[in-house]
Design a binder for this molecule. Structure first.
Ligand code: SAH
Ligand code: SF4
Length: 395
């Protein structure tokens, strides 16, 4: 599926940049080493160093010959996106703002399970694009517009940096990755940056990469229907669908891409994803539904939702709306959210209500970089926090 770039080290000259090995699939790396005149198994050796031990310096990759270390140092590099700010909250939530090529900012948030266990569940919310073109009416990323797609190195690099943050001062041999779950729920629509996103998720699942279980890697989409069919063929991960409305009229307003891919097509694609003909690919769909006061949260909406989803095995996740400046909505009351959830439960659906965590560092999902829309104001806020010593700025 992914095109393998043909790498010829002889073509490198002084002015060309080194090849970034971060984000390359196993096949791409195999090809890279083949072109260096090396055996393909070097790819898995190097992958383990990069993804499991967080090593970027080829001279620390002790099972490579001195000659190969020197060669790699000359032609290649392992470069994650640059951390511009990082902020670690008292409840264990961690947030990074990356400055990616071209100077744009993207955010990544790590949310630990509430049990606070050192090696407990840690979910990382990853961005796939800078901004988003789809302009959902309740989403601050959408308000920012679309800037550009992230490269595979910038996507997988977010996970790499999050894991690395637990490795500081830990001897290489004792290092292990701590992030247990990944959700592609940060900025951007992942299915509109398809190849780098699928390549990155491949590295998340790969035993020589991060080795995460396929149930613990979730892609969230607003419903890019043709790409949902591709995804079912290309990779086995959990799928979340940002539904937010139980009828086309309301969904057209909240999630404008619905005008192109209406509910009938979206639900059909979701069913095709779940009922994959390969029985080993038993897939999961989660329906995300943001709770907007007096907009989509009535009993009638809940009943419509029950009807819409009756033939789609799915779990429903109600997300209390995260307000942002000038947002035209309010969060539904807790009573309303529970009443809505009861209707779904009584109809036999598993329905959960998302806990909003990390509020103290603006890290709740759906709030990612949102406020970056107003870059000057956001920059000022960050500056103030840095002066107050709340955020560590990276040199
Ligand atoms: N573009 C993808 C993934 C990123 S958005 C998608 O739309 O699914 C991740 C999730 O956050 C989506 O379910 C999205 O609808 C939700 N979201 C966006 N803005 C929000 C807000 N202000 N409050 C609560 N959830 C929000
Ligand atoms: Fe884009 Fe998702 Fe936000 Fe919609 S909700 S604007 S698809 S990031």
């Amino acid at each position: 599926m992914n095109k393998i770039p043909v790498f010829n080290p002889n073509e490198l000259n002084q002015t060309e940049q080194k090849t970034n090995l971060l984000g390359m699939s196993k096949d791409e790396l195999g090809e890279f080493f083949k072109n260096l005149g090396e055996k393909p198994f070097r790819a898995t050796q190097v992958m383990k160093w990069i993804y499991q031990f967080g090593v970027t310096d080829f001279y620390q990759m002790t099972n490579l010959s001195k000659k190969l270390q020197e060669k790699l140092d000359e032609v290649a590099c392992v470069v994650p996106p640059a951390v511009k700010f990082k902020q670690f909250s008292e409840d264990g939530t961690r947030k990074w703002v990356f400055e990616v090529a071209g100077g744009s900012l993207v955010e990544t948030v790590l949310i630990p399970a509430e049990d606070g266990k050192q090696f407990g569940r840690k979910t990382l919310c990853i961005s796939s694009q800078v901004g988003c073109a789809l302009d959902c009416s309740f989403c601050s990323t959408g308000k920012q517009g679309f800037e550009r797609d992230l490269k595979a190195s910038e996507i997988i690099g977010q996970l790499w940096v999050a894991n690395q943050s637990y490795m500081e001062n830990v001897p290489v041999t004792e290092r292990e990755n701590r992030v247990t779950n990944v959700v592609m729920m940060g900025m951007g629509e992942p299915l509109l940056n398809y190849e780098p996103v699928v390549a990155s998720m491949g590295l998340m699942l790969d035993d020589f990469g991060f080795g995460l279980s396929k149930r613990r890697v979730t892609l969230s989409t607003s419903g890019i229907v043709p790409k949902m069919y591709d995804l079912a063929k290309d990779i086995d991960v959990a799928l979340a669908i940002s539904l937010h409305a139980p009828n086309d009229e309301l969904r057209n307003e909240l999630v404008p891409i619905n005008k192109k891919y209406p509910l009938k097509d979206l639900i059909a694609a979701a069913k095709a994803y779940v009922y994959d003909e390969n029985p080993r690919h038993k897939k999961h769909v989660t329906i995300e539904y943001v709770m907007l006061k007096d907009v989509n949260d009535s009993d009638e909406h809940a009943h419509q939702l029950v009807k819409l989803l009756k033939d789609l095995p799915s779990k429903i996740n109600l997300i209390p709306f995260n307000p942002f400046p000038h947002a035209p909505y309010q969060r539904s009351s807790n009573n309303r959210i529970h009443a809505f959830s009861n209707i779904l439960n009584n109809a036999g659906f598993v329905c959960t209500i998302r806990q909003t965590r990390g509020d103290d560092i603006d890290a709740a999902c759906g709030q990612l970089v949102g406020q970056v829309a107003d870059k000057t104001r956001r920059a000022k806020q960050w500056q103030q926090k840095i002066w107050q010593g709340k955020i560590e700025q990276q040199k």
